[in-house]
Design a protein around this ligand. Structure first.
Ligand SMILES: Cc1ncc(COP(=O)(O)O)c(C=O)c1O
Length: 432
């Protein structure tokens, strides 16, 4: 019997953190409004709540136009269609991200080209992106991952120099700002997700924002079964599908956007407090601080763990120990997509991977991105954002658990436990 909960000791926490998502009377009233007005979505388009929210959400991110869609995956897909990505075009994506960044590229018959991340930010490395450009490259799709931004100061001129479109995957960065400009408003388009874990959620949903009316019109036609957009100044007709967001879902987004600035301040203050106490902890490190991020939007707090400074105890054991102390966190949260079991891509199913190539692109076996692999398999620890909405005394329990695990780290040596084995499994293979 040890001190750590995983070896039989008492856990630091025996009560849960406040659950996510949060809701108030605002959401309840909005839902009732949809119910009683019987305008539940579909036609007439756009719905009252979806339209009002999209406009407000775009403005909050300093963009002129916004469109709600059914998921974040669809948001990326619609953005790729807006910039006219054609079958066989190459799109640069970061290797370390959720598979949902990459799937839409395949869905529009284009070819994802993986680029390693910057080990200081875990976001796409702009210098490596430049090296990955070929005559077939048409777009760059960086992800503002976890709690940092991809280096837009480098990516915007890179895209311009090579005549490429720039689509920001903003699934993690609701409300974030880079040099005073909203996430998603700096590239050609920004794609957001409102899936249940996100900073604003309606269970499932997404949005596309842009400052370009033509792109907006194409997005709107694409997600509304090809109908003319509400403005229709560019008269472009494309085949579209029903990827609209229903009004029940749209209605709960508005109150959350109203609460976001206050939540952002709470998270930010708690994160600063948290980091100030961890600065001297051996075995841990931070992503590089980034003054160009002028409003933070931490989807998760991402800490670095260095096993070599923690008596060679692997991250899986450290993370499992924290979990048993009552702290929600994850190590293998994302994997390099090319290695993930959620990405069993078969070139025969995606003909664009073969067109104009001597042999089909074998996306699972042609990449090695060392920074992504290190982050995914050894270093990164992800703490969900809702922990940082808690009161200080709750944040103190996270710190207490971390120091307890570090102080008793030898108890983890050679330990066998289901929670440790689970950390070795890709999210595709876990039970939950
Ligand atoms: C980085 C990233 N991109 C894209 C997506 C896709 O969003 P959705 O799950 O809403 O389709 C997600 C989230 O789930 C994500 O985290």
């Amino acid at each position: 019997m040890g001190n750590l909960a995983i070896t039989g000791g008492s856990p630091v926490r025996t009560h849960l953190f406040d659950p996510w998502p949060v809701y108030t009377e605002g959401e309840r009233c909005a839902l009732e409004d949809v119910l009683t007005n019987r305008s539940w979505g579909g036609q007439p388009f756009p719905g009252k709540h979806a339209d009002a929210f999209a406009k407000k959400f775009a403005a909050f991110h300093t963009a002129q136009y916004g469109q709600c869609v059914s998921t974040g995956t669809v948001a990326i897909q619609a953005a790729l269609k807006a910039v006219d990505i054609q079958p066989g075009d190459e799109v640069l994506v970061p290797a370390y991200t959720w598979e949902g960044t990459v799937g839409p590229v395949l869905l529009v018959n284009a070819v994802p080209v993986f680029v390693d991340v910057d080990p200081e930010t875990y976001c796409m490395d702009a210098a490596l992106a430049e090296q990955a450009i070929t005559p077939k490259t048409r777009a760059i799709l960086p992800v503002h991952l976890g709690m940092r931004f991809a280096d837009l100061d480098a990516l915007v001129p890179l895209a311009r120099k090579h005549n490429l479109s720039l689509i920001e995957d903003c699934a993690h960065v609701h409300g974030g700002m880079w040099r005073g400009k909203g996430a998603g408003s700096i590239g050609d388009l920004g794609a957001f997700s409102f899936q249940s874990s996100k900073l604003i959620t309606c269970g499932e949903g997404g949005a596309v924002i842009t400052n370009n009316l033509e792109y907006f019109e194409r997005v709107q036609s694409y997600i509304n079964a090809g109908r003319a957009s509400v403005t229709d100044q560019f008269k472009r007709r494309i085949i579209g599908f029903n990827y609209r967001l229903g009004e029940f879902q749209a209605s709960v987004l508005g109150p959350q956007l109203d609460r976001l600035p206050a939540q952002q301040r709470t998270r930010q203050a708690n994160i600063e407090y948290f980091e100030s106490h961890l600065r001297s902890a051996r075995g841990l490190g931070f992503l590089k601080s980034e003054p160009r991020i002028t409003r933070t939007a931490p989807y998760s707090y991402v800490l670095k763990y260095f096993a070599e400074q923690a008596r060679d105890i692997p991250r899986a054991a450290f993370v499992a120990a924290l979990q048993l102390e009552g702290i929600p966190c994850d190590g293998l949260f994302y994997e390099p997509v090319y290695r993930s079991s959620l990405f069993p891509v078969n070139p025969a199913e995606f003909p664009a991977l073969s067109w104009g190539r001597e042999k089909p692109f074998d996306l699972r076996n042609m990449y090695y991105c060392p920074a992504s692999e290190r982050a995914a398999y050894h270093e990164a620890i992800w703490f969900p954002h809702y922990l940082f909405l808690s009161e200080r005394k709750e944040i103190d329990t996270i710190l207490e658990a971390i120091f307890k695990a570090l102080d008793n780290i030898d108890e983890l040596r050679g330990l066998e436990h289901q929670a440790i084995r689970n950390q070795g499994l890709s999210r595709a293979d876990r039970e939950s």
